[in-house]
Ligand binder design. Structure first.
Ligand SMILES: C[S@@+](CC[C@H](N)C(=O)[O-])C[C@H]1O[C@@H](n2cnc3c(N)ncnc32)[C@H](O)[C@@H]1O
Length: 274
């Protein structure tokens, strides 16, 4: 039986992912803060932030994402949670007005130009000493079992896609602190955690569905650009289906995390409360 994407088990699954995604940032946040979740997508992470700060605003360029996020917000009935459609390279906020900004899975696939403009905007809207947190992928840290040839091909196809624009993109996660430092922030904490994409049959189904959407979405461009053969894409799709039906399969995706502060003083001891 096909399940609706809006049923309660999907909501519970997304809420847990949302909470896990912000966990590293929570010790740095306070109840009086205003936080921007930039590139918020469907808003599940934004909603998790709303339970710990005074005001949280999710922002995304995609109208459909904002529509989904607003629907989620109506279900949450949280007065301190709102969403706006906007471009992160031109934030519709006054300078020095925001306590913290959060980027989850947003910065790693941006061009250098967009990255620089986005971080400059984040820096502009942050109050002096304001916080910036990022959590992003690093292809070098993923754990997959069984490592079939088809799954290795699938990971390689994604790597080829991201590498063709920027050879360093697939390993963005480990470079976050250095990227932030180069854009006027002082990193104060770095870490990493895993997202378990195989905790049960439900999670495996979601993982396979995401992988299929992604491979089918990128497939024709990969072939057109000469980065892949159609047979490789078909092999990768079949391998994900096989992985999804194996009760012992695992996929732990590495997420690198960094918290940095907008400051002119290069004081790297600025842990929470310091
Ligand atoms: C991979 S999704 C991550 C969504 C969400 N942060 C999460 O982790 O669930 C990246 C998001 O960044 C948004 N995005 C990309 N470019 C943007 C821009 N210039 N301004 C605002 N949002 C942007 C996309 O629309 C997309 O929703």
């Amino acid at each position: 039986m096909k399940e609706s994407r809006h049923n309660s088990s999907i909501l519970a699954f997304q809420q847990k992912r949302g909470k896990d995604s912000v966990a590293f940032f929570l010790p740095f946040l306070g109840p009086d803060m205003t936080v921007l979740d930039i590139g918020c997508g469907p808003g599940t992470i934004t909603a998790a932030l709303a339970s710990v700060v005074a005001n949280v605003i999710g922002l995304d360029l995609e109208p459909k994402a904002i529509e989904a996020a607003k629907q989620l917000a109506r279900g949450c009935e949280r007065a301190n949670l709102s969403f706006i459609e906007a471009d992160m390279t031109a934030l519709p906020f006054d300078s020095d007005t925001v306590d913290a900004v959060f980027f989850h899975a947003v910065l790693y696939h941006q061009s250098q130009e967009v990255l620089t403009r986005t971080l400059a905007e984040a820096r502009r809207v942050l109050k002096p000493g304001g916080l910036l947190a990022t959590r992003d992928a690093d292809a070098g840290g993923n754990v997959l079992y069984p490592e079939s040839q088809g799954l290795c091909t699938a990971l390689d196809l994604w790597q080829r896609w991201y590498e063709h624009a920027d050879p360093e993109a697939p390993r963005f996660g480990r470079r976050q602190a250095s990227v932030l430092r180069a854009h006027g922030f002082v990193p104060i904490w770095s870490g990493a955690s895993y997202v378990n994409h195989s905790e049960d049959a439900f999670a495996r189904n979601e993982t396979v569905a995401d992988a299929r959407r992604s491979l089918l979405g990128l497939g024709s461009e990969l072939v057109t650009k000469g980065l892949a053969e159609d047979a490789e894409i078909q092999a990768a799709l079949a391998a994900w289906d096989c992985w999804g039906s194996d009760p012992d399969s695992v996929y732990f995706r590495c997420r690198c995390e960094c918290v940095a502060r907008k400051t002119d003083q290069l004081d790297t001891s600025g842990r929470p409360g310091v």
